[in-house]
Write a protein that binds this ligand. Structure first.
Ligand SMILES: [Zn+2]
Ligand SMILES: [Zn+2]
Length: 268
């Protein structure tokens, strides 16, 4: 099993030490873990520092790779929050950091934070979903320095700001733009992640949902990672087996891991 989305104290919103994450991974039978720390160079209205010291990060990973040798493979990753004003700085950080794996994620739309709900003010449900997917589509096309697109339908996690839930959305209305986004990823040698945090946030599904993963499969998508998006020890490896089963059931025969930004296909 591989957990390809884990945050530690190098991320502004986690206090978990890397060592604790590694211990938890070993305990849960995870074979390989990717630390994907937050890099949101442009983040509106935040007091937190959404970047990290990649030299310290590399030093700590190297130390733990030695400590956990033969027990756990540790991959150096980063989760880049996409923002048009931050593309150049993000690309420079990624290149200098020398990461194995990069997730590209949209956390901010129209300069508004999805998590804090600012984005949902003055938008209807339909406008919010449509604007989110338009932004995602544009960013995927404008910035290609990442391996997989993170939590593709993240917007569904925050619909409480509109007093709605994912069940209220007519997802069929957005298939065209989702399909166009998936095609852009596939054509450029990138993929998607299956983010299992949706289960612990009570959504009862992964991000993206099964239908989107199936669409990706039908379009010929092959690069796909599975991650817990853990910020705490108890979440490391959580529901990864469920994610792999979902992939198998859809038809995937491989799950992807990365080394030096190159995909490795592991039979499932
Ligand atoms: Zn994220
Ligand atoms: Zn994350």
């Amino acid at each position: 099993m591989f957990d390809y989305h884990v945050h530690t104290s190098f991320s502004a919103d986690s206090h978990m030490s890397m060592k604790a994450a590694c211990d938890a991974a070993v305990e849960k039978g995870i074979k390989e873990i990717a630390f994907t720390e937050h890099l949101d160079i442009i983040y509106p209205n935040s007091n937190l520092k959404w970047d990290f010291d990649y030299e310290e990060y590399n030093k700590e990973v190297r130390h733990l790779q030695e400590t956990f040798r033969n027990r756990l493979t540790i991959v150096r990753g980063v989760e880049v929050g996409l923002h048009p004003s931050g593309y150049d700085s993000a690309a420079a950080f990624i290149d200098i950091g020398g990461f194995d794996f990069v997730i590209g994620s949209v956390h901010v739309v129209d300069d508004k934070d999805l998590h804090e709900g600012a984005f949902f003010q003055k938008r209807t449900l339909n406008q919010a979903i449509y604007d989110y997917f338009c932004c995602l589509n544009q960013q995927v096309k404008d910035f290609d320095n990442f391996n997989v697109l993170g939590h593709l339908d993240l917007v569904k996690r925050y619909l409480r700001y509109l007093n709605c839930s994912a069940a209220d959305v007519k997802w069929q209305d957005y298939v065209a733009i989702i399909e166009d986004t998936l095609k852009a990823l596939i054509e450029s040698g990138r993929g998607i992640e299956v983010n299992m945090s949706g289960f612990r946030y009570g959504l009862g599904c992964s991000l993206p949902s099964r239908d989107v993963i199936k669409l990706y499969y039908d379009l010929g998508g092959e690069i796909i990672t599975v991650g817990s998006d853990a910020h705490y020890e108890e979440c490391v490896g959580l529901n990864i087996d469920k994610g792999v089963s979902l992939l198998r059931e859809i038809g995937f025969r491989y799950v992807t891991t990365f080394k030096e930004r190159k995909p490795i296909f592991n039979r499932i």
